[in-house]
Design a protein around this ligand. Structure first.
Ligand code: GLN
Length: 490
């Protein structure tokens, strides 16, 4: 079945002309038609544009042009990435009618590579959340168990890839929003180094933390997609001018002698025993493949959540000030300008977004700035120094991605419990490090993710380690039962 192929496998078939881009795009659209009523991964499906893009790739191939590996591959984009002429809602009422006049740099790069956009995926409103339950439109479901959440905020992208409704997807990760849903849905997800990928055209949440990255069926695909989107961009001053290596070239190098640090704080109370067991088993496998593992400490780990939940809302309160009814999307009818601002923002934003704006505004206000925001910045430095010290000794840190597996939709009502989902992922964002989640087994029948963290711009090392693990784990491209059917195409 076409939907079961990875990007690399499908690229091979396309190159050999065993199948056309139009055929694979049609099959992907049929698949969405068959499954998305249940999964609800997509906010917008752009079928006509997808077929036109596929035809253009086929025409180029017929002419004998050399095409990039992603040419003709159907994919999905999180709906906080600007797409010219296609609604970009951030799953918010305030941007319900917003149609960007330009493409994000990552979108442009994927288009240049010939990838075919199938549509835009659901997320927690403005990427604030861990379950997609904060979407103003609907909650996406986990393909492994549709009573459960897919994680968030890039839950739509992760669910689409897991269900075979897209060959790969892009998400954004501010505190774990690529890795946590990847872990919950049993796919590979990577948050690249801060600065590795341009954020031009990604709707900003917390600018010192946000990164765009791939969600894929396997590690090789992750390398392929990262290669296509990474690199310097004059339109984003934070996009680093660092050469982009050929990430697929080093995959097979193996991990003999690689030094793994196992941070003990990441296995502390609160981490589910089934998750711990799967991760311990994965570490044993890495060691049997020639890596050296040692327990170590990242002593400031416990401050990650409070630091993140001050810095991220503070930056969000500033970034979201632009949505005032004047420039973008929704505008409420009102008597005067102030009234218009107030009504637009109170009706346009959902409750989690409003909560963060209030929290952030408070933390930044004079009188509290030093006590909260500045203090948080100082502790952020301590967290970063923990990692700096660790990488003087270790190549890769190995942890669970999340404390537990996917939870039932509607089951987490208190905020702190929801925020604690991010406890194992936010360190990498606070320190600007690349981190990847790769499936490492199951607990209670639901996927568990193994998180690998490396020093800045060492994505190649992460991919190499994850690839070695994946090749030997027997868990490559595992599919949920729902994804086994649902397609008529051969
Ligand atoms: N769950 C975290 C939050 O709610 C992280 C979100 C993200 O990475 N975008 O902020």
């Amino acid at each position: 079945m076409l939907a079961h192929f990875t990007v690399a496998e499908l690229a091979d078939k396309l190159t050999k002309k065993e199948v056309s881009a139009r055929e694979v795009t049609l099959a992907a659209l049929e698949r969405i038609e068959a499954l998305d009523e249940k999964i609800k991964a997509y906010l917008t499906v752009t079928a006509d544009e997808a077929l036109a893009a596929a035809d253009a790739v086929d025409a180029r191939r017929m002419k004998g042009e050399q095409l990039a590996p992603l040419a003709g591959i159907p994919m999905a984009l999180k709906d906080n990435l600007c797409t010219k002429g296609v609604p970009t809602t951030c799953a918010s009422k305030i941007l319900e009618n917003f149609i960007p006049p330009y493409d994000a740099t990552v979108v442009e790069r994927l288009q240049q590579a010939g990838a075919v956009m199938l549509g835009k995926t659901n997320l927690d409103e403005f990427a604030m959340g861990s379950s997609t339950e904060n979407s103003a439109f609907f909650t996406t479901r986990n393909p492994w168990d549709i009573t459960r959440v897919p994680g968030g905020s890039s839950g739509g992208s992760a669910a689409a890839v897991a269900a075979g409704e897209a060959y790969f997807a892009l998400g954004t990760d501010t505190g774990g929003s690529i890795r946590q849903p990847a872990s919950f849905c049993g796919v590979v997800g990577m948050k690249p180094t801060y600065g590795r990928v341009s954020r031009y055209g990604a709707v900003a949440f917390a600018s010192s933390l946000d990164q765009i990255g791939p969600l894929t069926k396997d590690v090789r695909d992750c390398a392929l997609v990262l290669h296509a989107i990474a690199g310097h961009d004059w339109r984003d001053s934070t996009a680093a001018d660092v050469e982009v290596p050929d990430y697929t070239a080093c995959l097979e190098e193996g991990i003999k002698g690689l030094k793994l640090g196992i941070p003990k704080e990441y296995f502390a109370v609160g981490v589910d025993s089934g998750v711990k067991a799967a991760v311990r088993k994965a570490i044993d496998l890495l060691v049997s493949l020639g890596a050296e593992a040692e327990e170590m400490s990242l002593p400031h780990t416990e401050y990650g959540i409070p630091v993140y939940y001050l810095i991220a809302p503070a930056e969000a309160s500033s970034n979201l000030a632009r949505f005032d009814g004047v420039r973008y999307g929704f505008r409420a009818e009102a008597e005067n300008l102030l009234d218009m601002y107030l009504k637009t923002r109170s009706r346009g934003f959902g409750s989690e977004v409003k909560r963060r704006i209030m929290l952030g505004t408070y933390a930044l206000s004079s009188g509290y700035y030093d006590a909260y925001y500045l203090k948080a910045l100082k502790v952020r430095t301590l967290i970063k120094e923990d990692f700096d010290k660790a990488f003087a000794r270790y190549d890769v840190l190995v942890t669970p991605t999340t404390p537990a597996v996917a939870f039932p939709a509607g089951s987490v009502s208190d905020l702190l419990t929801m925020y604690l989902n991010d406890i194992l992922t936010i360190g990498a964002n606070l320190a600007g490090l690349p981190a990847l989640s790769v499936p490492c087994g199951f607990a209670g029948g639901l996927p568990v993710g193994l998180q690998l963290i490396a020093k800045p711009f060492a994505e190649g090392t992460l991919l190499r380690a994850a690839y070695a693990y994946e090749q030997n784990s027997g868990l490559k491209n595992c599919k949920p039962p729902i994804a086994a059917g649902g397609e008529q195409h051969a």
